[in-house]
Ligand binder design. Structure first.
Ligand code: SAH
Length: 248
């Protein structure tokens, strides 16, 4: 795999990418490159669209406020995320922004907000989730765009759960157990996975019973302390990627 260039700025542009193409920038993109990053004529910018891989481009100023990118060589072929769904009870505002960004950095392919009895947020701003996910992709070199699903009630998310997808249920009431050992029982690596993290108030007993009644469940303890939901998500994603995902 080509070495990832972490020094040049990276931009998501939802347009076909091919060597020789010319990408006009919208005002927000032009402002970001010209005024925020203060890039000069000819500056190197990496571009991805989530479909065609990552390309080197160079910046061409049309005027003080408008610019375009000339697409050069493809640096990385398109990559796909590990087949990992992240189901989570949406938190509020900045904490939800954080969860979206960390899920992308940790390699989730789908973000699936689920509404549980004790979920604080009443609805989820999907566009805000998507914007946070794209920003995380640009910053951490992810060139696939995670799928962001509309919020769904927990019972609907669990209904007709696909037989081949393991649901790793982080249960704050699970008996203490070795999470690496637990994850090792469910190989092979690369199988479809999902992670479920509850709300600040945790799961109620009916929800817990419904979740545990699914055949494809792995109940996971994340240690002897109660973690905040956004901490638990990152901790669980690290364990999963290390033992079953693409950290190996
Ligand atoms: N009712 C508690 C738990 C909420 S923690 C409280 O109000 O503090 C939020 C979510 O993070 C939980 O639903 C669970 O998915 C996860 N989590 C936190 N600590 C955990 C642990 N020690 N083991 C497993 N999951 C945990």
């Amino acid at each position: 795999m080509a070495r990832t260039d972490f020094t040049s700025p990276r931009l998501f542009i939802d347009a076909p990418l091919a060597e020789g193409a010319r990408l006009p920038l919208d005002s927000a993109q032009a402002n970001y490159l010209l005024n925020v990053l203060r890039l000069a004529e000819g500056a190197r910018v990496l571009v991805f669209n989530g479909r065609d891989g990552e390309f080197a481009t160079s910046l061409h100023l049309a005027s003080r406020r408008s610019a375009a990118l000339a697409v050069g060589a493809r640096l990385r072929p398109q990559e796909t995320a590990p087949d990992l769904d992240h189901l989570f009870a949406p938190l509020k505002h900045a904490r939800l922004d954080y969860m979206a960004q960390k899920a992308v950095e940790m390699g989730a392919r789908r973000l699936r907000p689920v509404m549980t009895r004790r979920t604080q947020a009443s609805r989820v701003n999907i566009e805000r989730l998507r914007a946070n996910a794209i920003e995380a992709c640009e910053q951490c070199g992810v060139i696939w765009i995670p799928q962001i699903e509309k919020e769904a009630p927990l019972e609907r998310a669990l209904a007709d759960w696909p037989a081949d997808r393991l649901l790793i249920f982080c249960d704050e009431e699970a008996p203490l157990g070795d999470p690496i050992e637990a994850l090792s029982t469910v190989g092979p690596r690369g199988r479809p996975l999902a992670l479920l993290i509850g709300p600040e108030g945790g799961f109620d007993d009916d929800e817990r019973a419904a979740i545990l009644s699914l055949p494809q469940i792995l109940r996971l303890s994340l240690g002897p302390r109660i973690l905040r939901a956004d901490t638990a998500a990152v901790a669980a994603l690290a364990l999963i990627q290390a033992r079953l995902g693409d950290w190996r």
